[in-house]
Design a protein around this ligand. Sequence first.
Ligand code: FAD
Ligand code: NAD
Length: 405
Amino acid sequence: MKKTRIVILGAGYGGLMTVTRLQKQLNSDEAEIVIINKNEYHYETTWLHEASAGTLHHDRVRYDVTKVLNRNKVQFIQGEVLEVKAKENKVVLKDQEVSFDYLVIALGANAETFGIKGLDKYGYAITNVNAARRIREHIEYQFATYHTEEEKKDGRLTIVVAGAGFTGIEFLGELTNRIPELCKDYDIDQSKVRIVCVEASPAILPQFDRELVDYAVSLLESRGVEFHVGTAVQEAREDCVFIGKRGETPKELKANTLIWSAGVRGNAVIDNSGFENMRGRVKVNLDLRMPAFNNIFVIGDCSMIINEETNRPYPPTAQIAMQQGEVCARNIAKLIQGKTNLENFVFDDKGTVCSLGEDDAIGIVYGKKIKGTAASVMKKVVDDRALFMIGGTSLLLKKGKFNFF
Ligand code: FAD
Ligand code: NAD
């Protein structure tokens, strides 16, 4: 008899939590499990700002997907998903089609560009390992050529970071630690370097506690960051960025580097598949299924659930993606075993920590405010926990962060 086939799209936080739980919960005669991912490796999206700034080697942020799979139970396909044909129970990859009985969409996010001119060409978004490598190399190239190339020299040492949300602030933390090394390596006077953070809304890290935000801003300012709040990037060109406040004529800022950390939307596959969505995110039922298809689950950054306390969507985070993966696996196991009492997803908020480089951070953990070394240690504990949850002790020992102080 043909076995029920569960197909999981994406080997990020949500996809790997789902598959590692399913391989424990189901016997090999109960279902065939397939996971599809663009690369043969998983990357820690939450560490990409470090690889982008060059403070952590890109190989440290990734590991082979198969390392955490039970190959007797799970088949891995390396391939790029183009579209889901939901009515036909098929997934279209670049070079083949894969059919499913149950599908989990966990393809993560794409950068939100709001249609701003020039961003597709000149904005560097922190989205995956290769994008992070490109950012690191681009910045290093600017320093390496400062003394040797006259062309576009004005903006060579100016880096604009668009968006002072978590990604922008965490990147600035790493970048400001990296700049002194780059200046030393390429004989550059550090006073020639300009780092400008442009935030469109009136506040930096608007979701966070004010006292902690002030701590972060003062620290980054002391390391040379200029903040321009209430100011949006309006156009990007190869050697300059146009920025301005609402209603004002945008000003030209000479800069060869624009880091685009101004928000995310769900993966383009959601749009390409014709699913109803808001900014690429599918509003799912509490059991994590798509309202229109009861054999399709959507989790992580491609999904949206409203937080009833605030009446706003939960933010797309790894913490939520991982918790959803656990619920999703239990619900699929129940369906396979003929049970109908599916579990609802309830977010267990353990807190948030925002790093400010290797050695500093701010955070709220279990309701308690933390900053400085304590917060920085906690950030590494959180990073290590994700490795442990997915790959157990062996993965933690191979890839974990143990430089606590
Ligand atoms: P991901 O973990 O991004 O995984 C998606 C996977 O799908 C990837 O492996 C990708 O290669 C694959 N994929 C994508 N498209 C295709 C395709 N077409 N075909 C095949 N495979 C594909 N959240 C926190 O909770 N805490 C943090 O500290 C934190 N820090 C962050 C720092 C940075 C710099 C960034 C950018 C984000 C951070 N986030 C953090 C947010 C968090 O990373 C995301 O919410 C989380 O990764 C979402 O998990 P996911 O499983 O939906 O997607
Ligand atoms: P975000 O949406 O949280 O922040 C983007 C910021 O960019 C916003 O403040 C927005 O006002 C600003 N912006 C938008 N358009 C702009 C423009 N044209 N010019 C200048 N600024 C502009 O996005 P993010 O920081 O990429 O975070 C994405 C998700 O990942 C969030 O859910 C976040 O919580 C999560 N994340 C978490 C952590 C952590 O927990 N440590 C770290 C990184 C990301």
